[in-house]
Ligand binder design. Structure first.
Ligand SMILES: Cc1ncc(COP(=O)(O)O)c(C=O)c1O
Length: 557
């Protein structure tokens, strides 16, 4: 009896210790930032109370002297009157429509740090409407042509004119069938053949968005491994499905998701030791900013944003990850929805020389129409089991394999086989790296505290000295005729049809905008100011407003 008791007790202690070891290992696999701690981030976010700077503090949140604040105010009002006249029609329709478009209300509210948001929203209205595109430009309702740096969220790899033509030709090719769903148009078979060749994988499934493709890849991995958890790397975006968005933005915790440190041996240790990991999701864009969230100007409270792309180091990491996944039978999923056909014709697998078990594609692959695709190994793509007829892995979608989408995709897939496309992809990184360096050299020569970092044609703007107003750059860039997406200077996406002349024009405008911003005093700084001191100041403000709201009896929750 006593022996049995001790034996049982010993086993229980050993099990607890093993569990504790697993927990500790998992903790070391997490990035120390809030992005690495989803639950804590959500909890902290719920504590933040709204406050804003009044009219005078707005221009001297960094305690700038009066003359600098005055220059900033004049610059701001000058920009405001330019926006009001130059973008009048576009802004009017945006105002009229915004009340009924939830997305617009969200993006309008999150273009700049919230303390500055209201005045910016009323004075510098970023119009949401455009009427046409041609070459590398888009034109708004007032007839202003902007160089397009939005890249349509990454869809625009080959230039808008290519997609217009692909859609026109594609629609014509499947016109006789029209929107018949269920049975396939023959073009589907050709797409499958081409996608198998490109991905080097056995089977293909079609979905309606990148988010759905990722959902399906993870579901398949869970089904075949009979394990529960997915691993994503800190900061990586994989669409807006709950399980891949465990932090701020998702009202529910994602219980079956581990968020691990990118490019870290600690994470490999977690993969080696746990038995509940079904798959690892990799968004190769993180090579540009490992462990950081997508850079949006709304979080540009200081100049801590950092990006640097080291291709050999990231390639080495992917290789090590590949080896551990193979060793542990963990499904390695490359989420190439963004970077897929942007980095190389054969996607990230070809570009990094690393093969995945499942690959998701989307965006540009639709040839201008919405798409999500999973390519995978035969054994992983199967949605049923021999011998267990009721144990299936379900996946449907009304519009999957829509004939129009399949036809425009076919236009895209055929084009990338052409000599013209091969030429576009040749030495792509060399071209875009050189362009980025050229712009950086000019920024340095002018003494402007700005530099760009890039992964091929995907760029982000960083700021080289501490400052509280870097988010203003997006408004100067727009005034200079550069169209940005709602994340502002956080992400500039070039299409590959940018000529030298187009790029030179963008660089000139970028420089003019940065100089104008500098002239208006936004880069003034007290030499004692650091990114840390800025963060401290903001934290104090937040605490003060939190206390105030509790004292006033507002929900302190
Ligand atoms: C890497 C990655 N995965 C998935 C998605 C989601 O794709 P979609 O917006 O088509 O749902 C995105 C979108 O930006 C993405 O960049």
């Amino acid at each position: 009896m006593t022996i049995a008791f001790y034996g049982f007790g010993g086993a229980a202690v050993a099990a607890s210790l093993a569990k504790l070891k697993g927990r500790l290992q998992l903790s070391t696999g997490k990035h120390p930032s809030l992005a690495g701690h989803s639950r804590l981030a959500r909890r902290m976010a719920s504590l933040v109370r709204f406050y804003e700077y009044d009219d005078s503090r707005f221009f001297c949140a960094d305690d700038a002297p009066d003359d600098v604040a005055k220059r900033r105010r004049n610059g701001f009002m000058g920009l405001s009157s330019l926006y009001k006249t130059r973008f009048a029609k576009t802004a009017a329709l945006t105002d009229e429509a915004a009340g009924g478009i939830s997305d617009l209300q969200f993006t309008a509210a999150y273009r700049v740090p919230f303390q500055f948001s209201r005045l910016v929203r009323t004075q510098l209205k970023a119009g949401a409407f455009v009427q046409s595109s041609a070459g590398v430009k888009v034109t708004d309702l007032d007839g202003n042509a902007f160089y397009d740096l939005t890249g349509s969220y990454g869809v625009n790899v080959l230039g808008y004119d290519f997609y217009k033509a692909a859609m026109a030709r594609g629609l014509e090719r499947v016109h006789a069938l029209g929107p018949v769903l269920g049975p396939y148009h023959p073009v589907v078979a050709d797409n499958v053949k081409r996608l198998r060749a490109i991905s080097g994988l056995d089977e293909v499934s079609f979905h309606m968005s990148g988010t759905e493709a990722v959902m399906q890849a993870v579901r398949l991995a869970r089904y075949h491994t009979r394990r529960s958890h997915l691993v994503r790397f800190c900061g990586a975006y994989h669409g807006w499905w709950g399980d891949v968005q465990p932090g701020i933005g998702n009202p529910l915790p994602a219980h079956e998701t581990y968020t691990l440190k990118d490019m870290s041996e600690d994470s490999l240790r977690v993969l080696r030791s746990r038995n509940d990991i079904a798959c690892v999701l990799v968004n190769p864009l993180q090579g540009l900013h490992p462990n950081a969230n997508a850079p949006a100007d709304s979080s540009l409270v200081d100049s801590a944003r950092h990006a640097h792309y080291d291709k050999p180091a990231y390639t080495d990491w992917l290789k090590r990850l590949r080896a551990v996944c193979s060793e542990r039978n963990i499904v390695l999923v490359f989420d190439e929805v963004f970077v897929g056909f942007r980095l190389a014709r054969g996607g990230a697998q070809e570009y990094f020389g690393v093969r995945a078990d499942l690959v998701t594609y989307g965006k540009t692959l639709g040839g201008g129409l919405p798409i999500g695709v999973v390519c995978g190994r035969k054994d992983l793509m199967r949605r049923f089991r021999d011998g267990r007829p009721a144990d299936i892995c379900f996946a449907r979608g009304t519009f999957n394999s829509h004939p129009y989408v399949m036809a425009t995709m076919n236009e895209f897939l055929r084009f990338i086989e052409t000599e013209e496309a091969q030429a576009l992809y040749r030495d792509l990184d060399g071209l875009w790296d050189e362009r980025a360096q050229r712009l950086n050299a000019r920024l340095r020569e002018e003494g402007l505290p700005i530099e760009v970092a890039n992964m091929s044609s995907i760029w982000t703007v960083c700021y080289t000295q501490p400052g509280r107003y870097n988010w203003m750059l997006q408004y100067y860039l727009r005034a200079a005729g550069l169209a940005l997406s709602w994340v502002g200077s956080g992400r500039l996406i070039f299409s590959l049809n940018y000529t030298e002349a187009d790029f030179a024009a963008v660089a000139d405008r970028f420089l003019a905008a940065a100089k104008a911003m500098n002239g208006d005093g936004w880069f003034w700084r007290n030499s004692a100011m650091t990114n840390k001191s800025i963060k401290r100041t903001i934290l104090k403000e937040m605490l003060a407003h939190r206390l105030l709201s509790v004292r006033r009896g507002q929900n302190g929750g």
